[in-house]
Design a protein around this ligand. Structure first.
Ligand code: HEM
Length: 452
């Protein structure tokens, strides 16, 4: 058979298979759990315009909260999708040591470089336990094996050099959240470390030389000043890379998540007038306000009085989590509490969006916006464990900005709700966009009415 004939036959059979899948799918003979030839479990995503998080929710609803999924056969995509609170507790908490963000995570989130959002563990929260963990890990994986080897083989080591490597690694871990890998047995040269020493040397000689002389040497690029100029370039590059990664990470962590939460919160409030009324009533009572009074710009401490607002924000985060899913990779083989087997390297996607809409977790009214569910009979805040309310994730990589975000949202939401009423523009459709953030596809267009 000629190449052309083979190509035509392949094309024809591919078109036939895809058409068949399309016809069956349109005629609704299929469920999200159906695994199709060629496209695996992804037929609904390919052949209908279902939003990906709604697809995950319907699929998990049918499969008992956890499903083993395969993408189109030629892609090699395979992962476990879960919204089972027991699994989430297990993966992020009790057996978290077997799960990490993984190599693929780094590739996928390449734009975040080596910043904290892709770093493997938390380095900021709980300073003392961090010092303990980091120091012990560096002793165990770095310094002690080098000394063991020196003792076994009988060669000498430079303790000043080793100590310098040790403290550099520890400082980089605290300050930047990164490993330089300079404490391995082959003791690799670390250009960044050498650069610091070259600059220190130049600074020392500047104390002894006339100003004009060292400036001339620097201009000519000779001697220790020449070395120092080169060293500065190395340091600048290092710091630039760190800052760039760090800024992109913090912008994503702080800007995108909180802005998404605001958009859904304001949409929910504008479409639930009775809840808007209760929010305003709470503000009146908490800050002794009457209709038409100017906003008093209360202190951040005073925000803790706003229990109903807290509930409304948590509801918005439950129903519309800014990060609708999260990803982990199994380090070793394991069995999840749901009974699903995961092999080494298996990807697990936690659907936070589905979890917030799961009847067995939130009750029959799980799809309703009910701030009251976060308020106890005594009027206090109901605290929900992170395996049930996962908007800020759980375990070692949970959100470090949670308190900051909640405070920021309360301060802004309270001031906006007191000063204005929003009316969604007629005909404006509020749909989710396809992104790692739960953005609104067309934004939130509102008419603004002043209340004050
Ligand atoms: C409504 C607002 C926010 C939501 C819903 C949110 C959600 C999350 C989630 C789900 C993660 C975990 C990612 C993972 O498990 O891989 C995370 C991590 C993180 N968040 Fe937030 N976040 C919010 C606001 C903020 C703010 C305002 C900041 C700080 C400016 C921040 C800083 C961070 C950092 C540094 C991490 C990484 C923690 C680590 O890996 O050790 N977040 N956030």
């Amino acid at each position: 058979m000629s190449t052309l004939a083979i190509l035509s036959a392949t094309f024809l059979s591919l078109s036939l298979s895809l058409s068949l899948i399309w016809i069956l799918f349109r005629s609704k003979i299929t469920s999200p759990l159906t695994k199709w030839p060629l496209v695996g479990h992804f037929a609904p995503l390919i052949f209908s315009n279902i939003e990906i998080n709604d697809y995950a929710a319907s699929l998990l609803g049918l499969s008992g909260h956890t499903a083993d999924l395969k993408g189109p056969s030629f892609t090699g995509i395979e992962f476990v999708l879960t919204s089972d609170p027991e699994n989430i507790h297990y993966i992020c908490g009790s057996n978290a040591s077997n799960y990490y963000r993984g190599e693929q995570y780094k590739d996928v989130f390449e734009i975040w470089g080596d910043g904290i959002l892709v770093a493997e563990s938390q380095w900021w929260n709980g300073f003392m336990s961090l010092v303990e963990n980091a120091t012990n890990r560096m002793l165990n994986d770095g310094l002690l094996p080098i000394l063991d080897r020196a003792a076994e083989l009988g060669f000498w080591v430079d303790m000043q050099d080793l100590s310098r490597r040790f403290t550099l690694e520890l400082t980089c871990k605290f300050l930047l959240g990164i490993d330089l890998d300079s404490l391995s047995v082959d003791l690799p040269e670390v250009p960044f470390s050498k650069a610091i020493e070259d600059m220190e040397e130049a600074i020392f000689y500047r104390h002894l030389k006339p100003l004009r002389l060292w400036k001339l040497q620097r201009w000519l690029g000779i001697g220790v000043e020449g070395k120092s100029t080169k060293a500065k370039a190395i340091l600048d590059e290092f710091v630039y890379r760190f800052l760039q990664d760090s800024v992109v990470n913090m912008l994503t962590a702080g800007r995108d998540t909180t802005s998404v939460a605001f958009a859904w919160f304001f949409w929910l409030v504008s479409t639930h007038p009775s809840i808007e009324g209760k929010l305003r009533q709470e503000l009146k009572e908490a800050f002794h306000l009457k209709e038409g009074d100017k906003w008093p710009y209360p202190s951040y401490q005073a925000m803790s009085k706003l229990v109903y607002l807290h509930g409304a924000l948590c509801e918005a985060l439950r129903l519309y989590p800014p990060a609708p899913f999260n990803r982990r990779t199994a380090i070793g083989p394991d069995t999840l509490p749901s009974g699903h087997r995961v092999d080494k390297g298996k990807e697990i996607i936690i659907s936070t969006y589905t979890l917030g809409r799961t009847e067995s977790v939130w009750g029959a009214d799980c799809l309703e916006f009910k701030p009251q569910r976060w308020i106890s009979d005594k009027g206090g805040i109901v605290h929900v464990t992170s395996n049930k309310f996962n908007a800020f994730s759980a375990g070692a990589n949970q959100c470090l900005g949670k308190e900051l975000a909640m405070l920021e949202m309360k301060m802004v939401a309270a001031a906006v709700v007191w000063n204005y009423h929003f009316e969604v523009v007629e005909g404006h459709s509020v749909d989710a966009d396809s992104s790692i953030m739960y953005y609104m596809k067309h934004g939130l267009k509102v008419h603004v009415a002043k209340k004050v």
